[in-house]
Design a protein around this ligand. Structure first.
Ligand SMILES: [Zn+2]
Ligand SMILES: [Zn+2]
Length: 238
């Protein structure tokens, strides 16, 4: 499990939709201490006795978690059969990281909560089979929207969140031909829309918009699986 901003009840409900029980979760990795990512971590970890992992900086901020296992943001760790590669990102938290996971010759990256794109992020996300990427806001919607000026500056700053065009530029730099799944995430309900994200990303990377997925904040997303089997493998452009 990556992050948890929900109550135990809500988390159980969401896991149940995926056919998973809390007892089956072997670890919770925390990207950073912001409340939408961290408020539910301590109680869920305690409820099911799950180890919590975070960078040194993030762990210092998770004061309500009984014990946090600390990882070095620049070193790979292995949890069960999965290699976890933390990726440090520019975001206004203590020591935020996003992650790349490698297992069985497959690579899956998650990248949200970052205000800019670094060469290190690009290198880490190259050659992913699946990618979950933030498309947080549309610039015009944010600037003309209801947020106070200070929050507009925070969101659009270098340590804030990714604007749709920044995410598109990252996708174009990475290339999308090997992607089996592209999941667009952390989409602002006030400063963006699913339609806008799907239209702009599918046009920019030239794929059928039905192949893209946007995470709905209430509904989440069903399982997406990755495969190495070339006979059943479908990519975004297939
Ligand atoms: Zn966030
Ligand atoms: Zn954040």
């Amino acid at each position: 499990m990556i992050d948890n901003g929900f109550s135990i009840k809500e988390t159980d409900k969401r896991l149940e939709r995926l056919g998973v029980n809390g007892q089956e979760i072997s670890a919770i990795l925390v990207t950073h201490e912001h409340s939408d990512h961290a408020t539910g971590v301590a109680r869920f970890a305690r409820r099911y006795d799950i180890p919590v992992w975070a960078s040194h900086g993030t762990s210092a901020m998770l004061k309500d978690v009984d014990t946090v296992k600390k990882f070095d943001s620049n070193k790979k760790l292995t949890l069960n059969e999965i290699d976890v590669v933390p990726v440090p990102v520019p975001h206004d938290a203590r020591e935020p990281t996003q992650f790349v996971f490698k297992a069985a010759d497959l690579k899956f990256g998650i990248m949200t909560d970052t205000g800019s794109i670094t060469p290190h992020m690009v290198a880490a996300l190259t050659d992913c089979d699946g990618l979950l990427l933030e498309c947080n806001y549309d610039y015009d919607m944010l600037i003309n929207g209801v947020y106070p000026e200070s929050l507009k500056r925070r969101v659009s700053g270098d340590w804030g969140h990714l604007e749709n065009q920044q995410s598109i530029a990252l996708l174009q730099e990475l290339g999308t031909k090997d992607l089996q799944h592209l999941v667009l995430a952390h989409v602002s309900e006030k400063n963006n829309s699913h339609e806008r994200v799907l239209d702009s990303v599918s046009a920019a990377i030239r794929c059928d918009r039905a192949r893209l997925k946007v995470i709905d904040q209430d509904e989440g997303l069903p399982w997406c699986s990755l495969t190495t089997d070339i006979t059943s493998k479908e990519t975004l452009h297939a």
